[in-house]
Design a binder for this molecule. Structure first.
Ligand SMILES: NC(=O)c1ccc[n+]([C@@H]2O[C@H](COP(=O)([O-])OP(=O)(O)OC[C@H]3O[C@@H](n4cnc5c(N)ncnc54)[C@H](O)[C@@H]3O)[C@@H](O)[C@H]2O)c1
Length: 251
């Protein structure tokens, strides 16, 4: 799909944490819709392996090492997108990690790591692109929250706090950048089949899946499609919104 019907033709997107899972599925969908894609992942080798076939087929995609918790890394990625593709239009703050544990067993390091990567990382990404987005009077930012940030999960006080924090960040940034023509939205996925959730004990995965009105876990591509929509002109009047992609779980 590189012509009619492509929703992101000629746009350039940075997607963090896109070496696998939802981020990689989003990269593939964005490419299919005509975008240039910069994959920014802490594991550059994995990201390069993941896109090897696409690169061989001359798809406009590159992978770069980036720890989203580093402001310097995020600035470098934005600059690279500009120099490689001549522009930057979309940022998907997708990178996130879990470090689960009940409150009294959770170390401060594990608390801080989740907040630094999942929440501060998104803020650093927004900070890196907002001068350019303001100047050009356009841009779309998508923050990958989680249903965990809406309903709270026991054993995930760090993750739930970070993912709820992303909603506040999304709304504040939407108000701050909206007047410059920049849209900021969030996606709240529910249970999606990736390494992150397949690391759960099977009985816990099954218990969560049983809560889904659509009676199944989601696939990464189903979240990616929501990201395509929010990034595209189809969502031109959507700003500060939180789109739940949960199969109806947690409503
Ligand atoms: N899978 C789900 O069910 C689910 C549900 C709700 C929300 N989410 C959110 O969606 C996003 C993607 O989840 P996923 O399931 O694809 O995860 P995943 O664990 O499969 O992939 C995460 C990617 O992020 C990268 N990463 C980790 N730390 C990083 C850092 N500091 N800087 C840059 N990259 C880093 C990893 O190398 C990996 O490639 C996350 O923010 C996650 O919290 C996932």
């Amino acid at each position: 799909m590189n012509g009619a019907g492509a929703l992101l033709l000629g746009k350039t997107a940075v997607i963090t944490g896109a070496g696998q899972g939802i981020g990689l599925a989003t990269a593939r969908r964005f490419l299919a819709h005509g975008a240039n894609v910069v994959i920014a992942d802490i594991d550059e080798d994995k990201a390069n392996q993941a896109i090897a076939e696409l690169v061989k087929a001359d798809a406009p995609v590159i992978a770069v090492a980036c720890n989203v918790a580093s402001g310097a890394d995020q600035d470098k990625v934005a600059a690279l997108a500009l120099s490689r593709f001549g522009g930057l239009d979309i940022l998907v703050n997708n990178a996130g990690v879990t470090r689960d544990g009940y409150i009294n067993r959770l170390s401060e390091d594990d608390y801080d790591a989740v907040l630094d990567i999942s929440l501060k990382g998104a803020w650093l990404g927004i900070r890196a692109v907002s001068p350019l987005f303001r100047k050009q009077g356009s841009g779309s930012i998508i923050n990958m929250s989680s249903l965990s940030g809406k309903i709270g999960n026991p054993g995930q006080t760090n993750y739930s706090a970070a993912k709820a924090g992303l909603i506040g960040l999304t709304k504040a940034a939407a108000k701050e950048l909206g007047p410059a023509g920049v849209r900021v939205n969030a996606i709240q996925p529910g249970l999606v089949r990736t390494d992150m959730t397949l690391a759960m004990k099977p009985e816990i995965f099954a218990a969560k899946e049983a809560e889904v009105p659509l009676a199944r876990a989601g696939e990464p591509e189903e979240v990616a499609d929501a990201a395509v929509f929010l990034a595209s002109p189809m969502a031109s009047y959507i700003n500060g919104a939180v789109l739940e992609v949960t199969g109806g779980r947690g409503i």
